[in-house]
Design a protein around this ligand. Structure first.
Ligand code: NAD
Length: 257
């Protein structure tokens, strides 16, 4: 799929992996729509890239619909959907004080990470279905979801996060099967430890990141957001990549803690 001249919608495009992806897709000639809660950053990135900002809480279907409408309104065919909005959460199934996991925080993580991904994937795919096929295969578009290696080997305290990301992994094959009828491919990336603002910027954050990097196999460092963006671009460009879940993690396998 050639992205040049098409529209691409990126949730979480105001920061980190989504921002790097928006930059790469814009460099390849796509008109990017940044769907993010962060108005200030999102607008700045969209303006810089000649794209559109749509203030969006991905867990809200109406707001996602408005963001997809904004992508359609660019006048370019919507071809690329990248789900990168997400939040982290650390809480044990039973806390150290003996209380069970807070159900509200569990629900919130599922709503943003899992239902948010479902919302944008399904609503954007319905819009993609209304475009003309882009090639002789009948292809119309590509969805790239962002899960996490925590979907596969969640650490202690990752109950809610791993459940949300595991749900994204679980949706990959049935979504690809459903969307084949409209010529849309679906792939999911499971990043390991990638250096983005998600870890914060404090001295503690640096210490925390150093600890996270220790089990990385090679190269012995955090991944970079631009490396993630390259993988997204490869998956978008390679028409035979479909229904796949790909680790992007320097070989890391998470230990229990
Ligand atoms: N950085 C990593 O090491 C890593 C590893 C595994 C998975 N991930 C996943 O990658 C994705 C991107 O993470 P990142 O590291 O770029 O984080 P980030 O914090 O830099 O960016 C996340 C973006 O999502 C936006 N966002 C949060 N909640 C939202 C909502 N309800 N609606 C719309 N936008 C919302 C934020 O405003 C922010 O711009 C997340 O889903 C995260 O779980 C990241």
């Amino acid at each position: 799929m050639d992205v040049n001249g098409s529209a691409a919608i990126i949730s979480g495009g105001a920061s980190g992996l989504g921002e790097a992806t928006a930059r790469e897709l814009a460099r390849q000639g796509a008109t990017v729509v940044i769907a993010d809660l962060n108005e200030e950053r999102g607008k700045a990135v969209a303006d810089e890239l000649g794209g559109v900002f749509a203030r969006t809480d991905v867990s809200d279907q109406d707001q996602v619909r408005a963001a997809v409408d904004a992508a359609v309104a660019t006048g370019r065919p919507l071809r690329v959907v990248v789900n990168s909005a997400g939040i982290g959460w650390a809480e044990r199934t039973v806390n150290r004080d003996g209380n069970p996991h807070n159900p509200d925080s569990y629900r919130k993580v599922i709503e943003v990470n899992l239902i948010g991904t479902f919302n944008l994937m399904s609503i954007a795919a319905a819009a993609i279905a209304r475009t003309d096929p882009a090639d002789a295969d009948g292809q119309r578009g590509v969805v790239i979801n962002t899960a996490s290696v925590a979907a596969l080997e969640g650490q202690t305290g990752q109950l809610a996060y791993s459940a949300s990301k595991g749900g994204i992994v679980g949706m990959t094959v049935p979504a690809a099967r459903d969307l084949a009828a409209i010529g849309v491919r679906v792939n999911t990336i499971c990043p390991g430890i990638i250096d983005t603002p998600i870890y914060g910027f404090s001295g503690n954050a640096e210490e925390f990141k150093a600890k996270l990097v220790a089990p990385v196999v090679f190269p012995k460092r955090m991944g970079r957001a631009d490396e993630f963006a390259q993988l997204v671009l490869s998956l978008v460009r390679n028409d035979y990549m479909n229904a796949e879940v790909i680790r992007f993690d320097g070989g890391i396998r998470f230990q229990p803690k």
